[in-house]
Write a protein that binds this ligand. Sequence first.
Ligand code: FES
Length: 152
Amino acid sequence: MPKKPSTSANGFSAGTPWIYSDIVKEHFLNPRNFLMGDENKYQCDAKGIVGNPICGDQMLMMIKVDEKSRKITDVKWKTYGCASAIASTSALSELAKERTLDDALKITAEEIEEYLGGLPKHKFHCSVLGHEALASAIANYKKKHPLQKSSI
Ligand code: FES
């Protein structure tokens, strides 16, 4: 009779393979631009908050923007999401900095996946969470700071 894998107190089975790349693991354990503490104390120019209908997790994204160049100068975020969401948003926050608002909107889930050295297919929806929160924050910024039509 085959031996059952032993299960530890945290519910993980001994011998269960780690399904994430080392880069994902590193970003999960050391998330970049993660907002520590009270979000009301972070002086951002715009923010977006979204929920994931698949799992019910939430993501808050806050950005600072240079008004003249419309480049993102800083990103902070926090989430109730899983390891994939944390690693994906950590990568996204690095990719978004110093991009214009419109360039940041062009960052794709595939680009994030490539940056992280791959994500399990069933975790793809987690990588979308940060992206949607960033898009929401950018929309919030554009609403507050509409482009002025040049006088001709
Ligand atoms: S399972 Fe909810 S964000 Fe990954």
